[in-house]
Design a protein around this ligand. Structure first.
Ligand code: S3P
Length: 448
């Protein structure tokens, strides 16, 4: 057992699921709603806010920086924006917990402030690369130090930032967003060009706050000096949380899953395209918009999945869904191949290594590649996964992915390090149980 993440689940095999599920609010959108609401003039209200550890780290940091935030009822947040120049310094390090999004976006938000800031996080976050955000911010004039490229991140106060034209070397929405947030405090026009499509929640939400953002091809541009007007933000269901139930619905023998109000922003929904390409039976209805984001209801039924070679252009649009994709690929007929996904090495865990270890423990034949994985696919009609124990290495998405594997397992799957599931999907185990999975929880937080 990993000492830092004592919680664990034991998930028993099941062959049927049935349920109507509303997954919690989108994590990326919730972080951004808090930050932009804090920088706006006036009161911003947010509904459908994700009350997960990651988003609460952002909320706590903003409060420390002088933003008054109330939570009148579950999922509802009321932010008294202090305006673009209204934040004040803090005499302690700001703790971002497990949240890479919080740390990188705060780097951009704090880079042009007149006061100093220090950003830290948990053990996983303290190992993650921060130079990708620090480097462009330095080009804008920011004084930022990292420690061998990693946190703590120390930001020195200054008076001016300048606009830049930035060709992003890695496809990262967090880096793009950090630069756009810093760009608000410059006098010129900042341009960011991405090498592949990354999620555009920041651009969409800035528009809701009255900021003009332009996109031409792969380049986003923003003129500094614009003020943000407070607004109301409705947060859609998180596609990345829905993804676990989508794959569950495909690989189970009988039943169906209906998912309501899922965010289907095309810069995020790569897994949808991949599953469809594998032959998944997914019906889409009730197309709507939720604030700046498109949503839909999805019905997923048991499907005869075929292996797939993941098209390169889908990699950045699927990035957080590869742990659960590997589970789907293991259940498909024929081999699947993922390349071009080296970014997975620097997520909450090294997701290629951690998934490979887990797949090995459950007897799934696959080959780990430097930038992806080849998965051989199911052999015959019996269970795909043997009983066994896997260590999620404290990575929330890996824990949830292996819980879904129980729908094709021969025996119990024990999952270590489940404590961090609350960083993105509080209530996952209960929702999964309501749909038919059998998850027993043990560990410090549940007294088992
Ligand atoms: C996120 C962007 C992605 C994603 C992360 C959330 C965001 O990271 O993996 O979970 O909210 O901007 P990168 O920007 O590092 O690709």
């Amino acid at each position: 057992m990993t000492a830092d993440f004592p919680d664990r689940w034991v998930v028993a095999p099941e062959r049927a699921i049935r349920g109507r599920v509303r997954v919690p609010g989108d994590k990326s959108v919730s972080h951004r709603a808090l930050m932009l609401g804090g920088l706006a003039d006036g009161e911003t209200t947010v509904e459908g806010f994700l009350e997960s550890e990651d988003c609460l780290a952002t909320l706590k940091a903003l409060r420390a920086l002088g933003v008054s935030i109330e939570r009148p009822e579950p999922g509802c947040v009321c932010i008294q924006g202090v305006g673009i120049d209204g934040l004040h310094g803090v005499d302690h390090a700001l703790d971002m917990g497990n949240a890479g999004t919080a740390m990188r976006l705060f780097m951009g938000l704090l880079a042009g402030q007149t006061f100093d800031s220090i950003l830290v996080g948990d053990q996983s976050l303290m190992r993650r690369p921060m130079e990708r955000a620090a480097a462009p911010l330095r080009r804008m004039g920011a004084k930022i130090k990292t420690c061998d490229g990693k946190p703590p991140v120390v930001i020195r106060g200054l008076s001016d930032l300048r606009a830049i034209d930035f060709q992003m070397p890695v496809a990262s929405a967090q880096v793009k967003s950090a630069v756009l947030l810093a760009a608000l405090r410059t006098a010129g026009v900042t341009k960011v060009t991405e090498p592949a499509t990354t999620r555009d929640h920041t651009e969409r939400m800035l528009t809701c706050f009255g900021v003009e953002v332009h996109r031409v091809g792969a380049t986003v541009s923003l003129r500094g000096g614009q003020r943000l007007r407070a607004t109301h933000i409705d947060v859609p269901g998180d596609f990345s949380s829905a993804a676990f139930f989508m794959v569950a619905g495909c690989i189970v023998e009988t039943g169906f899953i209906e998912l309501q109000g899922v965010g289907i922003n095309p810069t995020r929904s790569g897994l949808f395209d991949i599953l469809r390409g594998m032959g998944a039976d997914i019906t889409v209805s009730n197309l709507a918009t939720c604030g700046p984001e498109p949503t839909a209801d999805l019905v997923i039924r048991p499907s005869k999945l075929r292996g797939i070679e993941v098209p390169l252009e889908l990699v950045s649009r699927t990035i957080d869904e590869f742990p659960i994709f590997f589970i789907a690929a293991a259940c498909a007929e024929g081999a699947s191949l993922l390349r071009g996904a080296e970014e997975l090495h620097v997520k909450e865990s090294d997701r290629l290594a951690t998934m490979s270890e887990g797949l090995t423990a459950l007897g799934v034949s696959h080959q780990l590649l430097a930038d992806g994985m080849r998965i051989d696919g199911r052999k015959g009609s019996g269970p795909v996964f043997q009983a066994g124990r896997i260590d999620s290495r404290g990575d929330h998405r890996i824990a949830m992915a292996f819980a879904v594997a129980s729908l094709q397992a021969a025996g119990d799957i024990e999952i270590l390090g489940t404590g961090n599931v609350v960083t993105s999907f509080p209530g996952f185990a209960s929702l999964a149980r309501e749909s038919g999975l059998t998850i027993r929880e043990y560990g410090s937080s549940v007294g088992g």
